[in-house]
Design a protein around this ligand. Structure first.
Ligand SMILES: [Zn+2]
Ligand SMILES: [Zn+2]
Length: 286
């Protein structure tokens, strides 16, 4: 026995949609505007029949959830409002993707762009699944930052095998690079600036300072989780001195050496704050 949905059973509706035990009486034109799937279906149906859709024909969505369908309708219909949140975003995206509802997919994407910092692994999972390139990259920065914590979460096992492998490999590369940091010859190939009077002495000074930084980074013994990528980057790029040659070394030489050793560090993409102080490692989609 089907019951009428409390929010979306419109007496002037012209299409009856049944999901589980719930009847929704809806408007073909609204459903067609919101969903390419329904648009195509109504176009085909009206082409193959001559009743102009005046009959209230019923349509059953098999294997669908009445609550999710109601939520998506609340998003589509102008008389109801449903904010997207972490509790409903996964289901809303699933249904919106299945029935080709582009504006609902866009709304979910906007939610993820704004909120991925709160649930990076969940954002990465959805970005992976629905191919949101930018969110994928941004969320991966935060996941790699504390990867050992995320790796044991159940959502991690739901990521695609490609993404799981990419994260695991990127993190292994990072910890491997951490272990080999004391073998990097930071000053090799460095051309001191003309103001630098004694490049051999300056090389020695620079190396002493970097040896201290490396010691600070490598100090944690296993099985403690290794120091995070952004902390490593921060320690290495703390100023080593104030001479022109010190600055030139940091900007050109050290950046190049660390890029080669660790790969690229980037801040979170952030339009609000121009100055971000944390730099992260990341992976990218496809
Ligand atoms: Zn110098
Ligand atoms: Zn910011």
């Amino acid at each position: 026995m089907s019951k009428k949905n409390l929010l979306h059973y419109y007496p002037d509706g012209d299409i009856l949609i049944i999901v589980e035990d719930t009847m929704f009486c809806l408007h073909r034109n609204i459903m067609a505007l919101a969903s390419k799937f329904f648009q195509d279906m109504f176009t085909c149906a009206s082409a193959s029949s001559d009743d102009n859709g005046s009959n209230l024909t019923g349509l059953t969505l098999e294997g669908e959830s009445a609550l999710t369908f109601e939520n998506v309708l609340s998003h589509i219909y102008p008389n109801t409002y449903l904010p997207i949140d972490w509790k409903n975003v996964t289901e809303i995206l699933r249904l919106a993707d299945k029935y080709i509802m582009d504006s609902v997919v866009s709304a979910a994407k906007t939610f993820l762009e704004r909120e991925f910092r709160k649930e990076p692994l969940c954002a990465l999972y959805l970005a992976d699944r629905y191919l949101f390139k930018d969110i994928y990259k941004e969320a991966s920065k935060l996941v790699l930052e504390t990867f050992p914590d995320y790796k044991i979460k159940s959502t991690f096992r739901e990521l695609s095998i490609q993404t799981r492998n990419a994260l695991t490999n990127r993190y292994l590369e990072y910890t491997d690079a951490l272990g080999k940091l004391n073998k990097v010859d930071f000053t090799s190939g460095y051309l001191h600036c003309t103001e630098c009077l004694n490049s051999i002495n300056h090389n020695r000074e620079i190396n002493e300072k970097l040896v201290n930084k490396v010691r600070q980074i490598q100090v944690l013994p296993l099985p403690l989780p290794p120091i995070s990528p952004s902390t490593t980057q921060k320690i290495l790029f703390q100023s080593i001195g104030s001479t022109t040659c010190d600055n030139q070394f940091m900007i050109h030489q050290l950046s190049r050496k660390l890029q080669k050793h660790f790969g690229t560090f980037e801040p979170l993409e952030c339009k609000k704050h121009k100055k971000e102080h944390k730099f992260y490692l990341f992976i990218e989609l496809g």
